[in-house]
Write a new protein. Structure first.
Length: 354
């Protein structure tokens, strides 16, 4: 792309709720003085992409170009850009802007912007224009919401870190997973496998709680010290009162009372998955052991940079299957069937192919 203003770039979009994604073109804004133009190399497929493209959370805007796990290379910078240069390896996660003035933004917690952060896709920017995500060949983003990808991380395995990685790193760091802490990760999928890797690298004693033992070998290879099948009724009795932290990565409605029973006194159950329907909780499950039921989103921009540096230092990347863009609909079905280990990543070079 050499023109000073981009009017259209190739992309894959959902034209309507539950409709198959199809190749199209989308508008990208001109590169402003604080913007960078990124040639996208890889885009991860997050389960939330599927929720959004199927309008399962409401508020979907169509046509929709999903994708907030973006890794690529800077090909142009605005006149006032100081953070990035042409040729830099960079990433973009779930946010492309925020109000930058509220207490949360000033604290580096842009994901909790009190005035509403601008989402990478399925959102509206400050000019009222639609945002389109990473299932495309290029994206224009304000330099302050672009993060550098360390040289120790390949771009394909780094892409999912921009959502799956930070979604697990942020709560594990906040609740201080580390030596002496017993951490359980519920679900060994796109999110869960990153939780196992990161918690292990932090020095925690890590347990995977999965429906069956089908992925046990993977779990242990990724860093789990223990693996238990939640489909076995004896598991909950055996592990009662065991954990300091439990991170629930699944989007299905779980028996929260049963999982709270696995916490020790003062323990915390952190939810990063987002079920469609409310989940009931009995208060005695909390007050009987001064336990906490919490939620967490992604991290802010500074914490995302911290996470990438941590992953590079510990040799952590996502476990991926790279696919051409034409297989995105097949990939969605395989994600829903649990048939991926553990993240699909689109080779963006195939998006422009006829």
């Amino acid at each position: 792309m050499t023109a000073h203003e981009l009017t259209a770039v190739p992309a894959y979009a959902a034209p309507a709720a539950k409709a198959p994604l199809e190749r199209t073109t989308i508008p990208r804004r001109a590169v402003g003085e604080h913007d960078v133009l990124i040639e996208i190399r890889y885009a991860g497929i997050c389960h939330s992409d599927i929720h959004q493209a199927r309008d399962e959370w409401g508020g979907a805007l169509f046509p929709m170009v999903p994708g907030h796990e973006i890794a690529g290379v800077v090909t142009r910078t605005g006149s006032a850009v100081t953070r990035h240069a042409v040729g830099d390896r960079v990433g973009v996660g779930c946010l492309v802007d925020s109000c930058r003035t509220c207490a949360q933004c000033r604290a580096g917690q842009e994901q909790y912007c009190l005035n509403g952060a601008t989402l990478t896709y399925n959102g509206l920017d400050k000019a009222g224009e639609r945002t389109y995500g990473g299932y495309s060949t290029h994206i224009v983003v304000d330099e302050n919401f672009v993060v550098g990808i360390p040289d120790g991380l390949a771009l394909d395995v780094a892409a999912p870190l921009l959502c799956a990685g930070i979604t697990l790193y942020s709560p594990l760091a906040h609740w201080q997973a580390g030596p002496g802490k017993k951490v359980a990760v519920v679900g060994l999928g796109g999110l869960g496998h990153m939780g196992v890797k990161i918690a292990h690298a932090m020095g925690a004693e890590v347990t995977v709680l999965s429906q069956s033992r089908r992925k046990e070998a993977d779990g242990r290879r990724l860093g789990a010290d223990h693996f238990h099948a939640t489909g076995d009724p004896a598991t909950f009795e055996k592990l009662s009162g065991t954990f300091d932290l439990i991170v629930n990565t699944v989007s299905a409605n779980l028996d929260m009372d049963a999982y709270l029973g696995l916490l020790g006194v003062g323990g915390t159950l952190i939810n990063v998955g987002a079920p469609e329907n409310p989940v009931p909780v009995g208060m005695f499950s909390l007050i009987g052991g001064r336990k906490s039921l919490a939620g967490s989103m992604i991290g802010g921009i500074a914490e995302t940079r911290e996470m990438l540096d941590f992953c590079a230092a510990h040799g952590i990347g996502a476990e991926i299957e790279v696919i051409p863009a034409e297989r995105v609909n097949e990939a969605y079905e395989r994600v829903l069937a649990g048939d991926v280990r553990y993240r699909f990543v689109i080779d963006a070079a195939t998006i422009a192919a006829a």
